[in-house]
Design a protein around this ligand. Structure first.
Ligand SMILES: C[S@@+](CC[C@H](N)C(=O)[O-])C[C@H]1O[C@@H](n2cnc3c(N)ncnc32)[C@H](O)[C@@H]1O
Length: 429
């Protein structure tokens, strides 16, 4: 990504010290270096012209912080904990052992940076229905809005009465549950320590770790096979970017294309939606080819399409058929189209539609549009409109940075919904 001079500044002396420390540990750095990049904290820029296919950074296994780097006596204190929870505990509370990582720790974000960017640390009242002054109020009234997007907060405003609220299934609740489970174990081992101290390191691991599958991690859940990787953790995310490869010998970042001097070089943390990025990493992308909105809440309660109905078609021969309805820049997914048509087509035509052997006739097209609009899209649009209206009026009841990112996200949500209306030709119904 091309950056202007105004967007880049030198990283600061602690980053020079860390780079020297990393090199001593065997990290090989080739033509790239850290820089402060406006709006993205630190990032990696090209210090010379980079060609496609170059090895930019190589971190030997000996320099990684893995579950295997943690001393056995410390590890055995933490029975049944996740790798995530153990790494965080080690960094937070193992005392002298972590001084080994001092130069690296000095490069990580401040508590304040996490407070501004990570929804888990945002003011608690943001999770409640808010009136236009930003004060908690009654969700069943017409005016309140939820300012956290539904995928994150798990709450809806107007459709609350039609659909089961699934707060515990929002990304934020799931993240909190993971953290609390780890803290439950750690707080018994270190009873004088506070959750605040632990949370900082838990978030460091959450936002800076990589997937690592080697002996020692494979006993843990797939999503918990985490490793901290010095210097590679400077790379910011994009929906495309350099290849990051690992094997038992370590981690390597390889350029995906040529880069000019001063250009930011990014990797991809995965095919994540912007709601996921906001909740787990504290930022959203302007353009994200993987962005989507979950629509599952529209298919709970009274509108259930039973798994049995789906099991009649080959495409849906798995238990997950019941969930995972989505909307993205191409409109609502095929699963949603099938579910909506269940309400308006004969069983015979509906099965043919699922099998791809029935094209909508004019009547089906019109009724599908009406159903999509009334049941899903207009409600989603309305939710976004109300949230945006509240954000405009809310003044300083929430921090400026929080307001800014939530406004950007709700606008993206509204745009995605309106785009879906256009794609499905139902804007003017
Ligand atoms: C692995 S670290 C990358 C280095 C980090 N920017 C830093 O200052 O140390 C991941 C964090 O970087 C930030 N980040 C990564 N990609 C970003 C992007 N495209 N835009 C804004 N922030 C980004 C987020 O705060 C995220 O939690």
């Amino acid at each position: 990504m091309k950056l202007s001079m105004a967007e880049i500044s030198p990283p600061g002396p602690q980053h020079d010290q860390f780079t020297a420390w990393a090199k001593k540990k065997g990290v090989k750095i080739n033509g790239v270096g850290p820089a402060r990049i406006s709006g993205r904290g630190l990032g990696i820029i090209a210090q010379r012209r980079i060609e496609a296919g170059e090895e930019l950074v190589n971190v030997p296994a000996s320099a990684l912080l893995t579950v295997n780097s943690i001393p056995e006596d410390f590890k055995t204190l933490h029975k049944d904990i996740t790798i995530h929870g153990l790494l965080a505990s080690f960094l937070a509370f193992s005392g002298v052992q972590t001084s080994l990582y001092g130069p690296w720790k000095a490069t990580w974000p401040s508590v304040q940076e996490f407070e501004e960017s990570m929804p888990i640390l945002w003011p608690a009242h943001l999770r409640k229905p808010l009136d236009c002054n930003g004060e908690p109020t009654n969700a069943t009234e017409e005016k309140p809005a939820f300012l956290l997007p539904p995928a994150i907060g798990g709450r809806w405003r107007r459709i609350l009465e039609f659909f089961m609220p699934r707060e515990d299934e929002g990304l934020l609740a799931k993240q909190e549950k993971r953290m609390k489970a780890d803290w439950k174990i750690v707080s018994k081992i270190f009873p004088t320590k506070t959750l605040e101290e632990y949370t900082y390191y838990w978030l460091v691991v959450n936002t800076r770790s990589f997937y690592f599958e080697v002996p020692g991690t494979t006993d843990f859940a797939h999503e918990d096979r985490m490793v901290l990787c010095p210097f590679v953790d400077y790379f910011n995310h994009n929906d495309h970017g350099c290849d990051v490869v690992f094997d038992e010998s370590g981690y390597t970042v390889i350029s995906d294309r040529a880069y000019a001097v001063g250009e930011e070089i990014q990797t991809s943390y995965g095919s994540h939606s912007n709601d996921f990025l906001l909740c787990e990493y504290g930022f959203i992308l302007e353009n994200n080819k993987f962005d989507y909105l979950p629509l599952d809440d529209f298919f709970s309660g009274k509108q259930v399409i039973s798994p049995g109905q789906f099991l009649t078609a080959k495409h849906f021969l798995n238990l997950y058929a019941y969930r995972n309805y989505t909307l993205n820049s191409e409109g609502v997914c095929f699963r949603t189209q099938v579910a909506i048509r269940r309400q308006i087509m004969s069983t015979c035509h509906w099965k043919k539609f699922m099998a791809g052997t029935f094209e909508d006739d004019e009547k089906t097209r019109v009724y599908t549009g009406i159903e999509l609009h009334n049941r899903i899209l207009s409600r989603y649009e309305d939710e976004a409109d109300e949230a945006l209206k509240h954000l405009e009026k809310i003044g300083d009841a929430i921090p400026a940075g929080v307001k800014e990112v939530l406004t950007r996200r709700w606008r993206q949500i509204r745009d995605l919904v309106r785009q879906a209306m256009d794609i499905h030709e139902i804007r003017r119904i």
